[in-house]
Design a protein around this ligand. Structure first.
Ligand SMILES: C[S@@+](CC[C@H](N)C(=O)[O-])C[C@H]1O[C@@H](n2cnc3c(N)ncnc32)[C@H](O)[C@@H]1O
Length: 265
């Protein structure tokens, strides 16, 4: 059900993700390439590639990159962008992140950016990443995270837990295919339990323009009004996390991307 909803929502909005600035030019793209330091003989896999921005960022640095996604329309956008940039070492593959159609130990590098919050079973996704990576291979995870003491200091555990739930509800109202954004500590625990050694992690702050955020998912006006009201009247802990501000007739709010680099045991 969630996966068919993902295909429906992203299939209908694929073109927006090709041009969305948060996805196409977000700072985590260059930061991940810098942290990973890919090698020219590597075969990389980008999971839930969307319009392929992470795969396209790796392409000039590796021998081959496979861009995979569960939504065929997204892979069409990826192939178009690759052709437009003259990138010839990228192939696309329709694939569920939780059941990858690749043999064990095929890849030197596996990445997934701003997508794992859609996966219903994140431990299964991590087990698949572990399976398809070579021993010693690199895993780069980037995802929006929920509030915790690091990102939102000064609040009690109960307030943070309530803000975590409220943030995920906010995302799910905008996009019903949103599953669950974890906290940084939540991801760290899952990644370690899946047989990886976490080598680096950092949080990158990103400013979201409310209107474009709604437009990317074709949010109807009545629902956009509900979301605007949620932002305006958020409880103090959620408000401290999202930091909504009026700007040029729009609302800007902040999200946080966890960038985590790990090595497969
Ligand atoms: C926000 S977009 C990804 C953005 C992209 N990675 C980037 O860096 O610009 C989320 C993507 O996750 C894909 N997706 C969601 N659930 C998936 C699953 N179970 N397996 C593979 N892809 C999935 C969607 O089809 C969509 O293309």
């Amino acid at each position: 059900m969630t996966k068919s909803l993902v295909q429906e929502r992203f299939g209908a909005n694929a073109a927006q993700y090709a041009t969305s600035s948060v996805h196409a030019t977000g700072a985590s793209l260059t930061r991940v390439v810098e942290l990973v330091a890919p090698r020219p003989d590597w075969h990389a896999l980008d999971i839930a590639t969307g319009a392929g921005h992470m795969a396209l960022a790796f392409a000039p640095h590796v021998a081959r990159v496979t861009a995979s996604d569960i939504t065929p329309e997204m892979l069409t956008e990826t192939a178009k962008l690759a052709a437009g940039k003259g990138i010839a070492n990228l192939d696309t593959k329709l694939a569920d992140a939780e059941a990858l159609p690749f043999p064990d130990g095929q890849f030197d590098l596996v990445s997934s950016r701003i997508a794992p919050h859609h996966f219903p079973n994140q431990p299964r996704f991590l087990a698949e990443v572990h399976r398809v990576l070579k021993p010693g291979g690199t895993f780069a995870l980037v995802d929006n995270v929920a509030p915790d003491t690091d990102t939102t200091p000064g609040f009690s555990a109960d307030q943070l837990a309530a803000a975590d739930v409220a943030y995920n509800v906010f995302e799910k109202i905008r996009d019903p295919s949103h599953g669950r954004a974890l906290t940084s500590a939540g991801w760290r625990g899952l990644v370690a339990a899946a047989g990886f050694e976490v080598r680096h992690q950092e949080i990158m702050l990103k400013a979201m323009m409310f209107k474009a955020w709604c437009r990317n998912m074709s949010v109807p006006p009545a629902l956009a009004a509900d979301l605007a009201a949620m932002l305006a009247h958020a409880e103090p802990c959620l408000a401290a996390f999202l930091q909504p501000k009026e700007k040029d007739g729009d609302t800007v709010f902040m999200l946080r991307e966890l960038v985590l680099i790990a090595v497969r045991h």
